[in-house]
Design a binder for this molecule. Structure first.
Ligand code: IVH
Length: 804
């Protein structure tokens, strides 16, 4: 070889070695340490440089080169690999309780012939990963072969595929032994699986059923390009054959050494002593299971001392020194027997899979939501008859993860979203960009009515105890209740008649009826619970109305800041948008809700004297509301084109909304004040749009009304409250309020509720069967109120304050 070429080749070899080292370091930072060190583009540049060098000097393409991770040819078949040391399996403790740990510890102590007085045994405790076991053979630090477990003695050579895993180092760090076989698990993270499946379904390809099948299926692909396209990960958990290595003394130290070689070792491990601590680990990991990004099916305990491991030895293919302590399964296969459509409160059509009962996540699952049409498609299209994997983790509702495509029967029926509501027959709509399909029937759809009433009555809203699905369905079905207000018009006779009709229809004859009696207790209780809900807190009432985007916290904001139903329902969207945490979307959803004729009527009905629902804690607006109603903020909330916050402030300094609505834009004055021409033009154009001037005028009016109602700053809101500083004592049974409700009302009005009557008591609120407390009050000359008087006191003073 001419001299120059030889020099060039030497330089190329040096550069290639440097690039390999650098790329390996970046790989480790990115894939093992999760802390990327260079931008992707820089990595790609280095990678391409190395590829080019290896193309020019093929002898430089060493097996540990990062370029060798991809690009292998498909194999005709996998070559068998005889493991230098067999890959063992592991004994399973199926007792998923703490006793499982105790069993193992007791067995170890027995086999080691330890007396009861001996110290607790030390264990390495780790996770049991749910993937595919593999063995990686490193010779002098270079990955030379990767194999599956196979039957434990002979596996398959899957080197090409394992190379594609970026987490697996192609060269070990530091001083590597002559031979080191690393044992570990290939797995797929749940989020990676979901992402992969979504993309695969979009391409019309098969989806992966679960992380374990994903790992196994990907590694056992003859074409390494397929494995390369799958987001696989790896954890090392042990070693096989080793040459030229000074063994550490414990298993935990072996894992530390593997981590130091640059292999990924799961951080979720511990060294513990004795049965109790094993059980603690099992419990702790169980609580962590949901948060882990990957699946585990248990934990593994290993006697930590390698010397003791050697003493314990093996039984057939299982070491005596290790055990897998399982958890109940979170995922299982079952068959979809039917797909029903449920219609929700907002009319959303939700497909629900009816499943062959399957035990998963600690319960028997028979239904799983399929969410919407997009989700069904994302899971590869779900048919009636399909075998699917179902997951239930923690308290999360059961979910269909994927379809087992291989098991689809010939007569499988594909799911299609219906084009009419299955309950009321109204046509369905799917807004562009929305995943949900909705019934257009609104409140005339029985399903929506039932759901709206259930929502209204639920615990966190009006809290009508006992008004469950069964009663609501019947009340709606037999036409006793059209809207929520009708609940308050129900009589005992109505309920008994409803029950009789339902029994008749269902062909049941209750025992009481057979005995010639009528059971009325349930109906009385239900009526009492309905009556007791007549005085809800304002926030709960607003939440109960079922306004889109208004949850508990938004309802509370509305209640705290505006203080009354009337003020909330009259507020135009821009006014709502200046309240804390209420954005433009939520603000318009609220305004739209109240603008809708049907909703307005339902609310009027609810608040009418005959029905008598009255929020218990209406009060003047929040004292700080005045600041939020500054025109500069309202102008921004109006979303006028080109009116940036800065321009809005300038505009507000020049003209308020009332004047603007009344007299229009004074162009000369605004431009004299240096407001840019295009801002003025945009304002003029905006105001000329239909409805805008009216909107501005309405906003100005509402603003004035609100400002007039805001309490003056000086007496604090608490002082101004009707019962500020007053002590009340409750006694006897009040006609509609429970004791707790009365207490809430009194406290909301600034008062205190005390248990005993004294000279310091301001009011005794007495109901039926009031006893000694009432006598005491009379004796001391303390004012006595009945419920009506209490409510009047709360209201009259509240209103008086509002006007002040
Ligand atoms: S040690 C000592 N440790 O469980 C016996 N195995 O039958 C060698 N597995 O599929 C296995 N996590 O891949 C060990 N932390 C862990 C493990 C683990 C998962 C798998 C292993 C094999 C099965 C054992």
């Amino acid at each position: 070889m001419p001299l120059v070429d030889a020099a060039a080749a030497r330089a190329a070899a040096l550069r290639a070695a440097a690039l390999r080292g650098e790329l390996a370091a970046h790989d480790r930072a990115y894939y093992v340490l999760d802390a990327p060190t260079v931008p992707d583009a820089e990595y790609d540049r280095l990678f391409r440089e190395l590829q080019a060098l290896e193309r020019d000097y093929p002898e430089l393409a060493t097996p540990d080169s990062p370029t060798q991770r991809v690009g292998g040819r498909p194999l005709p078949e996998f070559a068998p690999v005889v493991h230098a040391q067999p890959m063992l399996s592991i004994q399973t403790e199926t007792d998923t309780e703490a006793s499982g740990a105790a069993n193992f510890d007791a067995r170890i102590r027995r086999e080691l012939e330890l007396p009861d007085s001996a110290l607790p045994v030390e264990y390495a405790a780790e996770l049991k990963f749910d993937g595919l076991a593999v063995s990686l053979r490193y010779e002098h630090g270079i990955l030379v072969r990767g194999a599956t477990r196979g039957d434990g003695s002979t596996g398959e050579d899957v080197t090409q595929n394992l190379r594609t895993l970026r987490q697996i180092p192609l060269r070990l760090h530091g001083a590597a032994p002559a031979v080191l076989e690393v044992r570990g698990e290939v797995y797929m993270r749940r989020d990676d699986l979901a992402r992969y499946n979504a993309a695969a379904a979009a391409r019309g390809e098969k989806t992966l059923v679960n992380p374990r099948n994903a790992a196994a299926g990907s590694i056992r692909q003859l074409d390494p390009a397929i494995a390369a396209a799958r987001p696989l990960c790896f954890f090392a958990y042990g070693v096989g054959a080793v040459e030229g290595w000074e063994w550490p003394k414990t298993h935990a130290a072996v894992l530390d050494a593997l981590a130091a070689f640059g292999l990924p070792v799961c951080a979720e491990r511990a060294v513990v002593r004795g049965a109790e601590e094993l059980a603690d680990f099992h419990r702790r990991v169980a609580a962590l299971r949901e948060q882990l990004p990957f699946d585990i099916d248990g934990v593994v305990y290993k006697v930590n001392s390698l010397a003791l491991q050697a003493r314990l030895g093996f039984r057939s293919r299982e070491p005596r020194w290790a055990v897998a302590h399982k958890y109940p399964p979170q995922e299982a296969l079952t068959v979809v027997e039917a797909i029903d459509i449920q219609v929700g409160r907002t009319g959303a059509l939700t497909p629900v899979a009816r499943l062959q009962p399957v035990f998963v996540g600690g319960v028997t699952v028979t239904n799983a939501t399929l969410h919407n049409a997009d989700e069904v498609a994302r899971k590869g299209g779900i048919c009636v008859g399909d075998t699917v994997s179902v997951r239930r983790a923690g308290d999360v509702i059961p979910e269909v993860v994927a379809v087992v495509a291989e098991r689809r029967p010939a007569n499988a029926v594909a799911f299609v979203m219906p084009d009419a509501c299955p309950v009321c027959g109204a046509h369905v709509v799917r807004e562009p960009g929305e995943a949900v399909t909705r019934c257009s029937g609104g409140f005339s759809c029985r399903a929506q009515r039932i759901q709206a009433i259930l929502h209204f009555a639920s615990r966190r809203m009006m809290d009508i105890d006992g008004l469950g699905e069964r009663y609501v369905e019947r009340l709606v079905e037999f036409d006793y209740v059209h809207g929520v207000a009708d609940l308050y018009r129900l009589t005992l006779a109505d309920l008994l008649e409803m029950k009789r009709r339902a029994d008749e229809r269902d062909g049941v004859v209750p025992e009481t009826v057979k005995a010639g009696q009528v059971a009325t207790r349930w109906a009385e209780n239900l009526l009492a619970a309905i009556a007791a809900s007549r005085r809800p807190r304002l926030a709960r009432l607003l939440f109960a109305l079922g306004i889109r985007h208004v949850g508990e916290s938004t309802a509370k904001t509305l209640a705290d800041w505006l203080g009354s139903v009337e003020r909330v329902r009259r507020a135009p969207a821009p006014l709502l948008a200046v309240l804390p945490d209420i954005g433009a979307t939520v603000a318009s959803a609220i305004a739209d809700f109240f603008a809708e004729e049907r909703n307005a009527r339902a609310l009027d009905d609810l608040l009418c004297p005959e029905v008598g629902v009255v929020p218990a804690d209406e009060h003047p607006p929040h004292p700080a509301l005045a600041e939020r109603l500054a025109w500069e903020q309202l102008y921004v909330a109006l979303d006028i084109p080109r009116l940036t916050p800065l321009r809005a402030r300038q505009l507000a300094a020049l003209v308020d909304g009332t004047t603007l609505a009344a007299s229009g834009v004074d162009t000369a004055r605004l431009s004299a004040a240096a407001l840019p021409g295009e801002v003025i033009d945009a304002l003029v154009a905006w105001l000329a749009q239909p409805g805008k001037r009216g909107l501005l005028a309405a906003l100005a009016r509402q603003r004035d009304d609100l400002l007039a109602a805001v309490p003056l700053a000086s007496p604090t809101a608490a002082d101004a409250a009707p019962l500020a500083g007053k002590t009340c004592v409750l006694t006897g049974t009040l006609p509609t309020l429970t004791r707790d409700q009365a207490k809430v009302l009194i406290e909301a009005a600034g008062g205190k509720v005390s248990g005993s009557v004294s000279k310091k008591t301001d009011y005794v609120v007495a109901g039926e069967e009031a006893g000694s407390k009432l006598d005491k009050a009379r004796e001391l000359g303390v004012a006595v109120l009945d419920e009506a008087a209490l409510l009047q006191l709360l209201n009259s003073q509240g209103v008086a304050d509002e006007k002040s």
